[in-house]
Design a protein around this ligand. Structure first.
Ligand code: SF4
Length: 344
């Protein structure tokens, strides 16, 4: 690692901004103190790859409303519970009588639904290419087993359209490409973007060494439309075909709303007709631009603003009292910037 730090500090080109797209990279960069190892000419900005952070408030409002419907239980991963909607979070909804249950795997819903046939279980299906195959598997098994009391409220998104949206803004010189997403999609998914915008992409793992190697690779390939795979132990060029086929069986591309960005064409996944009966009303959940106007997640998520540049950062907005999704999620950039500032 020392050799990599020395090599990267010898970078003598013009100032560059590299974006880490994935929330897990954001967390790993903070935990390994990577920013403090870089020369001033290399800036790292966080992108829109934390699934909870980019989920619009209208989605959370709908989940809260569903949790208060009779004979209905909303099932979710823990990281979504405290994300603010327009009038409160899912946790607030639970305190007001909503029925909310936290699980560690979507597959737990099969068991819950099988044992409680008179209750409808609505899973908060949030995520990217990495988690979409698990939701596909859940639906296929529910269908096979004849379990009809499962619904998904989907907010599933795909990476290439939002990365292209960032590319078009022209403020980033290269991407630390998401490692987990690449396991499913393969590194080839970034090749068209790299060529079109003449930008380097480096697929990286999550150790400090892997991230530094990827950043070094990006400096070496600056200005070139190249895709480097620096995570070859788990990422191939072609990815996991079986997982992609499962997703294609259940989901079709659709337009999707991103918190702080708005609608990006073809960046979401909706249930196909054959599985539509499992939908909990996911259509039309668009960005509510009036919700918490003072939160700057919108700019933070696309690398236009550092978390500390938000006037609420560390004052009205802390992990104990989050005002925006970037402070709630353990993959959020505000959350990690706060911990770093506190010496955590
Ligand atoms: Fe939003 Fe809080 Fe981050 Fe400001 S510090 S952008 S209010 S999450």
């Amino acid at each position: 690692m020392t050799g990599l730090v020395t090599a990267i500090r010898q970078y003598d080109g013009p100032p560059v901004r590299f974006m880490e797209v994935c929330g897990t990279h954001t967390a790993a960069i903070a935990q390994n103190g990577i920013r403090s190892l870089l020369p001033e000419t290399i800036r790292l900005v966080s992108g829109p790859g934390c699934p909870v952070c980019v989920t619009v408030t209208a989605y959370l409002d709908r989940l809260i409303a569903l949790s208060k419907e009779p004979d209905t239980v909303v099932v979710s991963f823990g990281d979504l519970l405290r994300v603010p909607g327009s009038k409160g979070s899912l946790s607030d909804g639970k305190a007001e009588g909503g029925r909310v249950r936290m699980v560690y795997s979507p597959m737990e819903v099969l068991d819950l639904a099988g044992k409680n046939p008179d209750t409808t279980f609505v899973f908060a299906a949030v995520g990217f290419e990495t988690t979409a195959p698990v939701y596909a598997l859940l639906l296929k098994q529910a269908k096979e087993q004849g379990i009809e009391n499962i619904r998904l409220l989907t907010s599933l998104k795909t990476m290439p359209p939002v990365i292209e949206w960032v590319c078009r803004k022209g403020q980033v010189d290269g991407f630390l490409a998401p490692g987990h997403v690449s396991v499913v999609t393969g590194s080839r998914i970034f090749e068209p973007l790299a060529e079109r915008y003449r930008l380097p992409f480096a697929v990286a793992g999550f150790s400090g060494e892997s991230i530094l190697a990827a950043l070094y690779g990006l400096t070496k390939c600056r200005g070139r439309g190249t895709v480097l795979n620096l995570y070859p132990s788990v990422v191939t060029r072609d990815g996991n075909r079986q997982a992609r086929e499962a997703v294609e069986e259940c989901f079709a591309p659709c337009d999707a709303a991103w918190r702080g960005i708005g609608i990006i064409k073809g960046s979401g996944l909706r249930l196909k007709a054959e599985y539509e009966r499992f939908d909990a009303g996911s259509g039309g959940l668009m960005e509510d631009r009036e919700a918490n106007r003072s939160c700057r997640c919108a700019q933070v998520l696309v690398g236009r603003l550092e978390p500390a540049g938000c006037p609420l950062f560390g004052k009205a907005c802390t992990p104990a009292m989050p005002q925006g999704a970037c402070m709630v999620s353990t993959e959020g950039s505000c959350y990690h910037a706060f911990l770093s500032a506190e010496g955590g």
